[in-house]
Design a protein around this ligand. Structure first.
Ligand code: UTP
Length: 494
């Protein structure tokens, strides 16, 4: 990035004026050397080169100390990358997928026959063995900005459970603790946050004694960010000295696990699988043995759970076959006519909604990184509140998505699961996919467990069962066997 002073003559008029300004304001003598001039030269030239002249103008209007802070910020920006993302994905409308060769996906359906059920039992046994043998680790991606939910804390802090109002983080930690106890195993729990929330999340876990998990098994790391752009490709100021950036997508988790040496360490310790989940689904069955077992039986690189779409226009990513290869595409990539295509029974052909629950083979993730696999970018349009402007503005974000590694997977295993039992994501503050719908779904599921245990809960009451009491319906039945419980008001069972 540093250039020699002789390159001064190569600068455009505007930057030259800027440098003259610096000389006269003596900033170039900072630390007694001319280094800051060269540094300034280099950065401002790059801003100009990539059409970000407003940053140069902004720079000129700042005071001395603000300038050096701003300069540091500018130096962090990968201008060529941003430029190519904007030209390719926005101007050139580059789409990673060619949807002309679309086909229905291959999925292991819900078990219907005795043979299916036997296979599922076998998968469960295999998965349980993997857990007992300490082959399974977990990754929670929690680096998103949760703009749709509209809270000013990380989503993991949201009090989501229907009665006790446990946060997502507590709920997930207790699920992992319950599984660890049940199978007498150690599950390393990785949490990816964004840089702004990492300390807050760390402090929260520390203040809660890691919810009973071993401190050394909870590893919190931060993801990378990228500047966001206006629709016409301009970098946006967050405040006087900082650029507005945002997390660069959950796909970044795979690279960070590798770059931070986590994959290497896990493999060295004999771990083989990573259960991946997102922060917004309180119904997630973390490290589900059935899922793990199928993944192993299929010798898959990547596995995923899918649910049937509620309707043709549900906004959910879709698991499909693209030119004969498994892939996940966004709902917006499918035109309404194709999305509504039906088979002879009237069922949707493209029915498999992605739940964002995966099992990855660690060797596969390592080899992807060894080969330098670069995830493709997706453009995400969002409204973000900008401190400097004191209002929400429309921005373009560039994100990579974890499921794009399916493109490289030699074997993929997709498993259909029952939505009501496993999938109720919290995306919005009200309406569909909101805290209210998730709380209803949780309570509804727990009532089902109680019913199977011979206990009736009236319609109007809310029920919550701690994962530390029962992790699934079978355990609930077992624990409540012979118990007489009358439920008249909201109840928390622990
Ligand atoms: P979403 O697509 O729901 O994005 O993320 P979001 O940013 O959290 O929410 P909105 O769109 O602003 O309302 C799905 C999952 O991926 C994680 C989120 O934390 C969530 O678990 N994620 C998303 C990351 O970890 N990093 C990112 O850069 C983006």
């Amino acid at each position: 990035m540093y250039i020699h002073i002789s390159e001064y003559h190569g600068l455009t008029g505007h930057v030259k004026k800027t440098l003259w300004f610096f000389q006269s304001s003596k900033l170039i003598w900072y630390n007694g050397i001319k280094y800051p001039l060269m540094r300034t030269q280099a950065v401002l030239r790059i801003c100009e080169k990539y059409g970000q002249n407003h940053l140069v103008r902004h720079f000129l209007n700042l005071g001395e100390w603000q300038r050096s802070k701003f300069l540091k910020n500018l130096e962090q920006i990968d201008f060529p990358l941003l430029d190519s993302l904007y030209s390719n994905y926005v101007m050139g409308k580059k789409s990673f997928f060619d949807c002309s060769n679309l086909g229905p996906p291959e999925v292991i359906s819900l078990p219907k026959t005795a043979k299916d059920k036997k296979l599922q039992e076998k998968a469960k046994m295999i998965g349980e063995l993997l857990l007992r043998e300490k082959k399974v680790s977990c990754l929670l991606v929690a680096g998103g900005q949760a703009t749709r939910l509209g809270i000013n804390t990380p989503k993991g802090f949201y009090p989501i459970t229907p009665v006790k109002r446990k946060t997502f983080f507590q709920l997930f930690s207790e699920k992992i603790l319950a599984i660890s106890k049940k199978y007498n195993t150690e599950i390393p729990f990785f949490i990816m946050t964004n840089p702004e929330s990492k300390e807050e999340v760390k402090n929260f876990f520390e203040s809660q004694d890691f919810f009973g998990l071993k401190k050394e098994n909870v590893i919190i790391f931060e993801q990378d960010v990228l500047p966001v752009l206006t629709r016409d490709g301009k970098i946006i100021m967050k405040n006087e000295t900082e650029i507005l950036s945002s997390p660069n997508g959950h796909g970044n988790s795979i690279k960070k696990l590798y770059d931070l040496g986590i994959l290497h360490t896990l493999l060295e310790r004999g771990y083989e699988y990573l259960f991946y989940f997102q922060v917004d689904n309180p119904l997630v069955k973390i490290a589900d043995p059935i899922f793990l077992g199928y993944h192993r039986m299929y010798d898959a690189d990547v596995s995923l759970k899918v649910v049937r779409k509620k309707s043709e226009d549900e906004k959910v990513g879709l698991y499909v076959s693209l030119s004969g290869r498994p892939a996940i595409i966004e709902y917006s990539d499918l035109d309404p006519e194709t999305a509504n295509l039906r088979d002879k029974n009237g069922d949707l052909i493209y029915w498999a909604g992605n739940t964002a629950m995966h099992v990855f083979s660690l060797e596969f993730l390592k080899s992807l990184n060894d080969q330098g696999f670069a995830f493709p970018y997706h453009v995400v349009e969002k409204k973000i509140y900008v401190e400097k402007e004191r209002k929400e503005i429309d921005v373009l974000k560039f994100e990579t998505f974890v499921f794009d590694c399916l493109l490289r997977s030699k074997k993929t295993c997709a498993l259909e699961v029952i939505r009501e039992e496993e999938f109720s994501p919290v995306k919005n503050s009200t309406g569909p996919s909101s805290p209210l719908t998730a709380q209803k779904d949780m309570s509804h599921l727990f009532k089902k467990w109680l019913k199977a245990s011979g206990i009736h809960a009236p319609l109007e009451v809310q029920v919550e069962i701690s994962p530390l009491f029962a992790i699934d319906m079978d355990e609930c039945i077992e624990k409540l066997k012979g118990k007489n419980l009358t439920i008249e008001r909201d109840i928390y069972i622990e």
